[in-house]
Design a protein around this ligand. Sequence first.
Ligand code: GLN
Length: 474
Amino acid sequence: MDTFRSFKDLKDKLFSSELTCVDIVESYIQNIKDNDSCNAFVETFDKSALHQAKIVDQEISEKKYRKLSGMIIAIKDNICYKNHKVSASSLILKDFTSLYSSTAVDRLIKEGAIIIGRLNCDEFAMGSSNENSVYGAVKNPFDKSRVAGGSSGGSAAAVAQGLCIAALGSDTGGSIRQPAAFCGVVGFKPTYSRVSRHGLIAYASSFDQIGPIANNIDDVAIILEVISGVDKQDSTSSSRPVPDYLNYREKKKNSRIAYISECIEHHGIDNEIKNSFLAEMDKFKKKGHTVDPVSFPYLEHLVPAYHVLSTAEASSNLSRFDGVNFGYRSAKQTDLNQSYISSRTEGFGDEVKRRIMLGTFVLSAGYHEAYFTKAQKIRRLIKSKVNEMFDSYDFICTPTTPHTAFKLGDNKTDPTQMYLEDIFTVLANLSGNPAISIPVKNHSSKLPFGFQIMARNFDEEGLLSFSKNNNFKI
Ligand code: GLN
């Protein structure tokens, strides 16, 4: 059986009874076992996936169809699924079994989706290359000597390779969009609070969002529709009604589009990406949209502000992993304090330790004002500037990344360089706005890259509609 590139193709076979859901699930599981050459999957959930498949088959025989009946979805290894392992790709949580399901997973299952397995990621979602994983790096499906991007590298690589129809990732500073760009698939970060964070292993709670990665806009839209909405388990989740994302809003003819000139003039940007991006802007103009270059004066402050704030939150969120309540406990336990120290020293990888220390430092008594408070002020300025831009424009566009996927190992010894990889994506997390990365595949290296579009808060509908109606060659 061939793998499907869209849920529609799968549904055609399933709903016409050409294939059963059990057939499909068995063949996907076998395919993952045989062909995961990028190291995307940590584990397949054979038993529960087949159990769900039987339920779907039964329902289809009774002509009961749900929104996601039979959709093969895999989840990033930081999203909880009851009675299944979840480790944030960290030694400290290896072999930890979740006691409850995340709201996002619960909602997918209620609509008939099949959760096929869990996907490799950077440890605790900290990274831009998926090299910080206890399971080893995820490789890029287009060139195995290159990174898949991070932190949801497994999610993007699995979708690109057809090992699942779609995947859930999480995005704190670009972790859905950047790997999606590097692997040539669509990645969507919802507005902060649109999707419940309940059951997502927290990295930086005021930034984290769960979102879909898929091969096309329709699949992203239907998943988003299912997982969005208020949840009493997450007090920050928004109570705004969830629109019918799949059917998009009526096509709005002319949009007002801003692109950030500092991104396009950035010294690190690849020339072909720049030219392709500008050509897209020209096409928009020809279609009747208004397109203007707009200055965003805080570009150089984005990554520093993001790292001060996110590490501060991480240092608090990760304090619960102490070798007592969860997962790994060191054998060196002379007393309680020593047990905490050894378990955390042995259990966390270098990048996670670096961020915990940085976060603890920026929150410490003598430095709080100089770093944490200052970064919060910068975040406020950034949000105001973004809101001001959305007074005049419907969408803000940039490339998703300055260049295509880099070589495995290239940035590993230089954290500052690695952090700068996120220069175009962290904006949407600092401001909270929804953003999509749409794949572009015209680079002479044959490596894909991404076209990023940000929209007003809660205008997921407009963003999907614009992405769908502007004939991107996906
Ligand atoms: N690459 C970014 C980082 O290293 C973003 C991570 C994320 O979005 N989870 O923090």
